[in-house]
Design a protein around this ligand. Structure first.
Ligand SMILES: [Fe+2]
Ligand SMILES: [Fe+2]
Length: 243
């Protein structure tokens, strides 16, 4: 757990999720990197206890999340989990990464030109994934929920979907492949998300954030490609055969 006598750099190095919390209190991770938290709080007239409390909450959330048994979930519940856990991460993290990567490219682009490419790739990832999750939430997921309702109540008709689940899934899978490729390129350009020697705490947290995002995205894609979509296709075929 973070303490008041640790420097900002020590706090963020030990727990990268602390970066976002400290920035919310308008603590500058770069210029204050080697200052103790208690001193930074005194300068900004912040309650050090309140900051520590928020840091402890974030650490517990980052470490304490136990993996639910997703295989036993109904399709509707699985969709709810995907939207709350993974789509939320896409919406929250990509705009933050886009801004941070632009800032790093602007500041260090001469010395480390790969960050200009990283910034371009993050922008591309944001555009693609925002459109992708929107399509899932507006079209495909509601259709799968209706299919499940129709399977439970034989009198209910799933509403017409312009495409079958199988056709929609092939479009979505291509989107997953593309996102996976972009993240792989970012991994390569950042030397496996390893911050450079000269990195300030904000930059270190950026790399750690990207690494956590990659893990989250792989799990997101796995849940859809290997769990949700095959079960939805099987359910659609099953209902078609019964009618
Ligand atoms: Fe998704
Ligand atoms: Fe998806």
């Amino acid at each position: 757990m973070a303490t008041a006598t640790q420097s900002i750099r020590e706090i963020v190095t030990a727990e990268p999720s602390a970066a976002a919390i400290l920035e919310r209190f308008e603590i500058d991770l770069c210029s204050q990197a080697d200052t103790r938290l208690e001193r930074v709080c005194a300068e900004l007239q912040l309650s050090v206890d309140q900051v520590l409390e928020k840091l402890a909450d974030a650490e517990l959330r980052a470490r304490g999340a136990t993996a639910p048994d997703l295989e036993s979930y109904s399709l509707s519940r699985l969709i709810q989990h995907i939207v709350r856990t993974h789509h939320q991460t896409v919406r929250q993290e990509l705009p933050r990464f886009a801004e941070l990567s632009q800032r790093i490219a602007g500041k260090h682009g001469e010395m480390a030109p790969q960050y200009k490419e990283v910034a371009t790739l993050i922008e591309q990832l944001r555009t693609e994934l925002f459109a992708h999750i929107e399509k899932e939430e507006q079209v495909l997921f509601p259709y799968i929920v209706r299919l499940e309702e129709a399977a439970e109540d034989s009198s209910a008709e799933p509403y017409e979907c312009p495409r079958s689940v199988e056709q929609s899934v092939s479009v979505m899978t291509r989107g997953h492949d593309s996102a996976g490729r972009i993240v792989g390129q970012i991994r390569q350009l950042t030397n496996g998300f390893e911050p450079p020697q000269w990195a300030c705490p904000r930059n270190t947290a950026f790399h750690a954030g990207l690494e956590a995002f990659e893990k989250n995205l792989r799990q997101h894609i796995h849940l859809e490609d290997d769990l949700l979509f095959p079960r939805a296709i099987a359910l659609e075929n099953d209902i078609a055969q019964r009618r």
